[in-house]
Design a protein around this ligand. Structure first.
Ligand code: ADP
Ligand code: ZN
Length: 435
């Protein structure tokens, strides 16, 4: 069984955790109210004073913060410490618009890296391991976060960053990497390249992967596990709350434990803002209770998931969140029907295709159109035209069953869809371009 990085915290009783959270929350609200005029205004408008927050049970009284607030307050408006005490910035990948800049004190960096150390330990990482980090380094939080965590654990750290996939595999073989950290789409690409270079999973020493920063399905997990001969674990985070390591998977692989001593999660109804009970799907909201420079209170992530306090076999008591299957703004509304790219991915992998696909949405004659381009494997592409047409039909039927609407499926040549080295772009919504 994998070790636990900080047993006292990760296995704390619920009662003690609530006590710790309450103490930290009360202090944090005071800190923010006194140092962040932007949030003080929001609290004043809602008629909430720091004294109204005595424990986690009062959390719901605080106003929400949204990405729009972050853009409004850009760049310094939510800073809660003098710049002289800040040592780093990181920035979002800008997947859904203008970038957001987050600030860190040295203590913020230490706590963030500690969260990543918990994640690495949970997949069996120790000082004996060689940890290859192929998340992007730089402004993106993936590289720096896992790099710091890997150092803390004492792994031999390979700060590869993303790209140059053949070199990644060369190092993986020569230096006998045991843990791989990158986006799941890049992990799939590394697996594919490994096979193309004539290697099998037996030629490498990898045992675990820590994959996150984008949504991925269980089907994708199994496909990566097979191609690299590893166990693939999920990790979640966002720049606004520090980066990866807000939550991480343990050996049970049934959702990610949230580092609740730093981040208090809530699930809300995205329409009404009402707090929903554990076990209900809704939008994830986080309150950072230990961050100094950029402490967001009740930040709406737009990620949709479920929280669960079900006992975990790993011994950790930290609450778990399900895999977020996309953000509320990843959801496509096509002919009035809600469609997540992850549903399409599930169908494709179940039907024996690779996770290389591109969804195109458009509007023609006032009707939404959905085209799904799917790459064939080399064997599939060797079939005759009639067989390929039949495949397209079958895929369209399977997708119709999953989505409730009819897509047009186009099978395309192997390797014709651009591979991702970071966060994959799966959707082109041309309707937005017209508006
Ligand atoms: P951006 O918003 O520009 O993508 P970030 O790089 O900070 O900025 O990405 C954070 C977002 O990435 C999260 O809000 C979430 O939507 C997504 N994400 C991160 N980890 C995961 C994961 N394990 N599963 C699904 N989505 C994830
Ligand atoms: Zn667990």
């Amino acid at each position: 069984m994998a070790k636990i990085w900080n047993e006292e915290i990760e296995c704390m009783s619920l009662e003690d955790m609530k006590k710790l959270q309450s103490e930290r929350l009360v202090k944090q609200v005071k800190h923010v109210y006194e140092n962040v005029p932007y949030y003080k205004d929001l609290m004043d408008k809602k008629g909430v004073k720091p004294e109204d927050i005595q424990s986690v049970d009062d959390l719901h009284k605080l106003p929400f913060l949204t990405k729009a607030d972050l853009r409004d307050a850009y760049p310094y408006g939510l800073l809660a410490k003098p710049l002289s005490e800040c040592v780093r910035i990181q920035s979002t990948s800008g997947t859904t618009g203008k970038r957001v800049v987050a600030f860190y004190t040295q203590n913020d960096i230490d706590l963030w890296e500690d969260c990543c150390a918990r994640a690495i330990t949970a997949v069996g990482g120790t000082e004996e391991d060689v940890c290859q980090v192929c998340y992007g380094y730089g402004l993106f939080t993936g590289g720096p976060g896992l790099n710091g965590g890997s150092h803390k654990v004492g792994c031999l750290t390979l700060p590869m960053s993303s790209g140059n996939t053949e070199r990644q595999i060369q190092f993986m073989c020569d230096l006998e990497s045991t843990i791989l950290c990158c986006t799941p789409s890049y992990a799939a690409y590394i697996g594919e390249t490994l096979h193309d270079m004539g290697y099998t999973p037996d030629d490498i020493k990898l045992k675990a992967g820590i994959f996150g920063a984008e949504p991925w399905t269980e089907e994708m997990r199994r496909s990566i596990e097979k191609s690299l001969g590893i166990k693939a674990y999920d990790i979640y985070g966002l720049t606004e709350t520090s980066g990866p390591g807000v939550s991480f998977e343990c050996e049970e692989q049934t959702g990610m434990h949230i580092n609740e001593d730093h981040f208090i999660p809530e699930i809300i109804d995205p329409e009404t803002g009402e707090v929903l009970p554990d076990g209900t799907v809704g939008e994830l909201v986080f309150t950072s209770i230990t961050k100094e420079a950029f402490p967001l209170l009740r930040y709406r992530t737009r990620d949709l998931c479920v929280l669960s306090r079900k006992k975990c076999s790993c011994g950790r008591t930290l609450i778990k969140m399900s895999k977020p299957m996309g953000r509320s703004d990843d959801m496509l509304i096509i002919r009035g029907v809600n469609v997540f790219p992850s549903q399409i991915e599930t169908v494709l992998i179940e039907q024996g295709y690779t996770p290389n696909y591109l969804i195109e949405v458009d509007r023609k004659n006032n009707t939404d159109t959905l085209d799904v381009n799917v790459e064939m494997t080399a064997e599939q592409s060797a079939e005759d035209a009639a067989a390929i047409q039949e495949r397209e039909k079958q895929l369209a039927v399977a997708m119709k069953t999953m989505l409730g609407i009819n897509p047009k499926v186009h099978l395309v040549a192997p390797k014709s869809i651009t591979r991702s080295e970071g966060k994959a772009v799966r959707v082109i919504d041309k309707r937005k371009l017209h508006d």
